[in-house]
Design a protein around this ligand. Structure first.
Ligand code: ADP
Ligand code: ZN
Length: 731
């Protein structure tokens, strides 16, 4: 029996709320009835909460106690495909459905009636007396014809106080009216001409557009070096979606969501798209959520969570920089936006484009397995070529212990500065120094709540824990032995490198880019835009600068410590290092001047370093794939991480051991458990952490087995258990 398409007053309905109850609860449909998927307000104990009519009620509860839905909210009902998406995403990530629903309703005041605001236009009457200020107001309005303004906008543009405008309203020369705050987004025009594409680009664009027009599911990996025109190409796929009357979503890593990018989209389609990111105001979030739901936002450019917006007719999802680790949410609901994009598209018959210069091994393997198509852009657009790559063997440089720029690198940077070009020094470490050591007793200052050392941030004048964010002022004396003036920084961070550069090149304009040095993402982006236009000679940066920015004058990148990423126990360490180094190198030589990338390393013979230098991506991936295949790890096998945490270390170890012993549900599918062991970071925010790893064959029904398995332990008190499917990081 197919589900009913309407519930009449008094019918039993199951309502899913965002409260952690584990299941939908029965209610009676309100006066006037409701559609399945309707957003409603329901009583829950003494409170009123937001919910969605998930389907017919179960009727397994005392019928006399069932309460009525309070009201149906004035927003588009959740579509069946969105319900299916949330249900399957919950099952895949082993997340309770209410937590999934919370992701899909992250906009404030959804249920409020559309709020109104006052707007101002030119009225029919003339003022009795004309003043200079009044004339400016009327001239401003005349200049913009039919447009209306808020009081603040109008007063600012005319350079008058708001009382001048109010005075004109009294006289009828200006009208004041109420207008809804949640305005639709201006229509985009997909028929405006795009750039003239190269043959390569045109072929790729045509294939993507054809996929979109098929109105069916498909995923394509769009691979090409930075600057090869991937963005130009996928914007053509967006155009095809808009032409077909469908919506499109472009996901970007948060930091790549720049004004530069939005301007490009605006140039292509004649108006700005909706922009969904953490910096958006609450009003703007609400507007986007509602307009996407009504089909009045055709294109959304957004960070990871935009995937959970209520699209009505989604035809295309682009995941730009698909390898980027920021797509994996590491807090709360643990999901990978790239994988969830594929799931969502499969359910609603949309196309997915995964764009990257350095695809993840997962996507690579899916292409090999025939699950994804692949399109390649083989060269950079225009005259720019890939940078020359070289290693600086640090063993031969004889560098003093507290210096990080080798003589060879120094010479190369100086040569660039003399030619009026930009150089970049890259180090993937925030702060001033990663370790603060007492030279008297050897004590290293650690976080009180975590199993981590505190990082000195001289710019902020504090020590900060990069795990939990805890910070404290730099102490005068050693907290262990009390010696005065003996605390010393050990190792480089981006700030310290900036100091060294200033000493070497006192004349140069040096810009240090690190996320914590700017109050907001916007300030940081503005800074980056300035640098791109030439406001700095030397750019010193962390991984931030590796993402999607265009520095046309940059011709040299020096990687201070290419070995940094190769240490550590992460199975993706080599992959990460490879991608990061390639991207950083890709920053050099984007315009006319050819670029050079130099890697400072103590192990130039390491296979990853060699593959980077040779530019031999295929060889690197082939070797990496072989190793993972042999080890039976992702993407050739399945893995899940289980983290048990709590204040009592013995208690969580007991629970971990119990799980490890009661592994029947896992053995039934041929999966193995490793651990429990202390997690690589054994304590965060005062909570101890114990980790188990589960490995299974590619085809094994891992989620069901895991669910049965973990249900065997009772979590006592403040103990928590988190399951991370396909873990990206192993902390
Ligand atoms: P990617 O996304 O692969 O890094 P982009 O699409 O950003 O590459 O292209 C790099 C630069 O080259 C951009 O400034 C873009 O506008 C320009 N470009 C790419 N293809 C063309 C083209 N066919 N005609 C004109 N400019 C192009
Ligand atoms: Zn800490």
């Amino acid at each position: 029996m197919s589900p009913p398409d309407f519930f009449h007053q008094g019918d039993l309905v199951a309502v899913l709320t965002t409260q952690p109850l584990g299941r939908a609860l029965d209610y009676r449909a309100p006066e006037g009835g409701c559609h399945p998927g309707a957003f409603v307000e329901v009583p829950l104990g003494p409170r009123k909460v937001l919910g969605v009519v998930w389907g017919p009620g179960k009727g397994d509860y005392d019928l006399s106690k069932i309460r009525h839905v309070i009201r149906v909210l004035d927003v588009a009902p959740m579509r069946a495909e969105m319900q299916a998406f949330l249900t399957r995403a919950a099952a895949y990530t082993l997340t309770p459905l209410p937590a999934m629903l919370r992701l899909a309703t992250r906009a404030p005041g959804l249920g409020d009636p559309p709020s109104m605001r006052k707007v101002y236009r030119r009225g029919a009457a003339e003022p009795d007396r004309m003043t200079d200020a009044r004339r400016r107001v009327l001239a401003t309005l005349d200049e913009y014809g039919d447009l209306s303004f808020t009081l603040k906008e109008l007063a600012e543009m005319a350079g008058v106080t708001s009382s001048v405008v109010k005075g004109l309203v009294k006289q009828g020369a200006v009208t004041e009216e109420n207008s809804p705050r949640d305005l639709p987004f201006p229509p985009l025009d997909p028929d405006l001409p795009g750039k003239d594409l190269t043959e390569d680009q045109a072929r790729a664009a045509a294939q993507l557009a054809e996929g979109v027009r098929s109105e069916s599911y498909g995923t394509t990996l769009l691979r090409g070096v930075t600057g090869s025109g991937k963005t130009e190409v996928y914007l053509e796929a967006v155009a095809a979606a808009l032409q077909a009357g469908r919506q499109a979503l472009v996901l970007l890593p948060e930091i790549a969501l720049t004004e530069q990018f939005l301007t490009r989209v605006q140039e292509r389609f004649g108006a700005k798209p909706a922009e969904w990111h953490s910096g958006a105001t609450m009003t703007e979030r609400r507007r986007i959520w509602r307009m996407v739901g009504q089909g009045q936002a055709q294109l959304v450019i957004g960070a990871r969570s935009a995937l959970f917006l209520p699209f009505q007719n989604l035809g295309l999802i682009v995941v730009d920089e698909e390898h980027d680790t920021s797509y994996k949410q590491e807090d709360g609901v643990l999901y990978n936006a790239r994988d969830m994009a594929v799931l969502r598209a499969a359910i609603c018959g949309a196309q997915v484009v995964l764009a990257s210069a350095t695809p993840s091994l997962e996507s690579w393997a899916n292409v090999e397995a025939g699950k994804y198509h692949k399109l390649e852009l083989t060269s950079r657009f225009g005259p720019a070529v890939m940078p020359q790559m070289g290693a600086i063997d640090m063993r031969a440089e004889g560098l003093p212990a507290d210096r990080w720029v080798s003589p060879t690198l120094q010479k190369e940077v100086t040569a660039r500065l003399e030619r009026g070009e930009q150089a970049m020094l890259f180090i993937n470490r925030r702060g001033y120094a990663p370790v603060t050591l007492c030279r008297a007793c050897g004590h290293q200052i650690g976080c009180d709540h975590c199993d981590a050392r505190m990082v000195e941030h001289r710019f902020l004048k504090r020590l900060i824990c990069h795990q939990c964010g805890e910070s404290k002022p730099m102490p005068e004396v050693c907290p262990a032995c009390g010696a005065e003036g003996r605390l010393a920084p050990v190792g480089p961070g981006v700030e310290r490198l900036g100091e060294e550069a200033a000493a070497i090149w006192p004349e140069a304009r040096i810009a240090t880019l690190s996320s914590d040095m700017y109050g907001s993402a916007r300030a940081l982006k503005a800074e980056i835009a300035g640098i791109a236009e030439g406001a700095a000679d030397i750019i010193i940066g962390t991984q931030l600068v590796a993402k999607g920015h265009n520095f046309p004058k940059l011709t040299l990148v020096g990687v201070i410590d290419a070995d940094l990423g190769l240490m550590g126990s992460d199975l993706r360490a080599a992959e990460r290092t490879f991608q990061l180094m390639r991207q950083v190198a890709g920053r050099a030589g984007r315009a006319e001047a050819p670029g050079t990338a130099l890697l400072q390393t103590y192990q130039p013979e390491h296979p990853v370093i060699r593959a980077i230098l040779a530019g031999d991506e295929e060889a690197f991936w082939a070797a990496e794939a072989r190793e993972r295949q042999q080890a039976g790890v992702p993407p050739y096998g399945r893995m899940a991480g289980i983290i048990l945490s709590g204040p009592d270390v013995a208690q969580i170890f007991d629970a971990g051991n119990l799980l490890a012993r009661q592994d029947m549900p896992l053995r039934r599918i041929g999966a193995q458990v490793y651990g429990p062991a202390p997690a690589p970071i054994a304590r965060i925010r005062g909570r101890h952490r114990v980790r188990l790893l589960v490995k299974a064959d590619k085809g094994a029904p891992l989620q069901e087995a895991l669910a049965t398995w973990v249900a065997q332990v009772k979590l006592k008190g403040e103990m928590r258990l988190a399951v991370d499917i396909d873990p990206q990081s192993f902390y």
